[in-house]
Design a protein around this ligand. Structure first.
Ligand code: SF4
Ligand code: SF4
Length: 381
């Protein structure tokens, strides 16, 4: 039988009434949806690695939707940091800022997604999808319920499609459902044939993928879903997560951080080894990463918190440079020095761990200046 889709609702950090209402409305909206498991956890980012919440999430092996107060990128890579891995499911429910950024990214994609291999390309990922939805994308629960229903259909179709490709046999219950659909919107048309087209790997026509709709909820019936609510006492945490779809394993972050946060695994891939060594509020290394791969999901600046802003290798006009404000590297050095002094150590300024690209800073500066001038020319300023 097809596995149920698990929906994880990650609560906000504060008891903000508007946020709590949206979370509660969403759970209530899912109660009558069949084929779902619903789990409510405290704020995803604050869950401790060996706490009940994270253990519960690690125990979910099928497709998963996670709705949290984090940008979808931040949520996805926070899960990854905790060993909850899968392929990124594409949600249609994005907030407008992300949508615009996505467009920007596609404009620049050919130019910016250069030939550098990304860490994610070398990883073996479980064959399941994780969809991360951002509560900030909408103000009411209905669009989330609708999107989760769409994802449920999508993942069901993929499950059956995979079974066809693998030559696997559906269970008797599944066969029964196709033969005698329990609703009027199944993949069987009035003439008894399956909708759609397709062919098996050996060229013979394959049965079409079934489109399984949820039966409407019984108005007076019991809820189809009993949510699991995980309570866990945990304070607010602060640590970086790495977006391995962008990371090139250049190691500039490990050189820069002087608090022992980063390490490498057995195959010499960068990882956040000691997350709780990170200095609360400090986002310094995110400014140093040349691929914008380091996310601080709780940072107030969307680009640092995981919005798709800050395309790897892309160039955005930074007018602050024209007015003498510190650039990102200078700011990172200052932030690191503040944290070093706060723990009684000496400030090191630019003397330690500056990115390798700094060694050719004169060329880089020239390139950036050239690009800035070109951009200003384009704008006819
Ligand atoms: S600096 Fe960025 S790209 Fe380089 S290893 Fe660290 S996270 Fe990856
Ligand atoms: S923010 Fe600062 S302390 Fe935290 S990992 Fe980055 S450099 Fe290290």
């Amino acid at each position: 039988m097809a596995r149920k889709l698990t929906v994880v609702v990650s609560q906000g950090q504060s008891a903000n009434p508007a946020k709590r209402k949206l979370e509660e409305d969403l759970v209530a909206g899912l109660l009558f949806e069949r084929g779902l498991e619903v789990t409510v956890v405290p704020h995803l980012y604050d869950l401790t690695p060996d706490g009940t919440g994270m253990l519960c999430l690690q125990g979910i092996t099928g497709d998963m939707v996670v709705v949290s107060w984090l940008f979808s990128r931040g949520a996805f890579w926070t899960l990854d940091r905790n060993g909850i891995r899968g392929r990124e499911g594409k949600t249609l429910l994005v907030n407008e800022a992300e949508e615009e950024d996505d467009e920007d990214e596609s404009d620049e994609s050919e130019e910016s997604k250069d030939a550098k291999p990304r860490v994610v390309e070398s990883r073996d990922l479980p064959n399941r999808k994780i969809y991360c939805l951002d509560f900030k994308a909408r103000e009411s629960a209905a669009p989330f319920v609708e999107e989760i229903a769409r994802i449920q259909k999508e993942t069901t179709v993929q499950t059956f499609g995979l079974m066809n490709l693998l030559g696997g046999s559906p269970s008797p219950a599944q066969v029964q459902r196709f033969v005698n659909p329990t609703n009027t919107t199944s993949g069987v048309d009035a003439g008894g044939s399956l909708n759609g087209t397709g062919s098996s790997p050996n060229g013979t026509p394959a049965p079409a993928l079934p489109i399984v709709e949820q039966a409407p909820a019984e108005p007076t019936g019991a809820p189809a879903v009993v949510p699991t609510v995980i309570a866990e006492e945990s304070g607010r945490r602060w640590y970086p997560v790495i977006d391995y779809a962008r990371c090139t394993n250049c190691m500039e972050c490990i050189d820069f951080c002087l608090f022992g946060v980063y390490g490498v695994d057995k195959i010499e891939t960068i990882l956040v080894e000691q997350p709780d060594n990170c200095r609360k509020g400090c986002p310094a290394c995110s400014r140093v990463c040349p691929e914008n791969a380091i996310i601080f999901p709780q940072h107030k600046t969307p680009a640092i918190a995981g919005s798709p802003d800050g395309v790897a290798g892309g160039f955005k006009i930074d007018l602050s440079k024209l007015f003498g404000a510190p650039d990102a590297l200078e700011q990172a050095v200052l932030e690191r020095d503040v944290e070093l002094v706060a723990v009684g150590r000496d400030a090191v300024g630019e003397a330690v761990g500056l990115p390798k690209r700094q060694s050719s800073s004169s060329n880089d500066s020239k390139d950036d200046l050239d690009k800035l001038m070109d951009s200003l020319d384009d704008l006819a300023l």
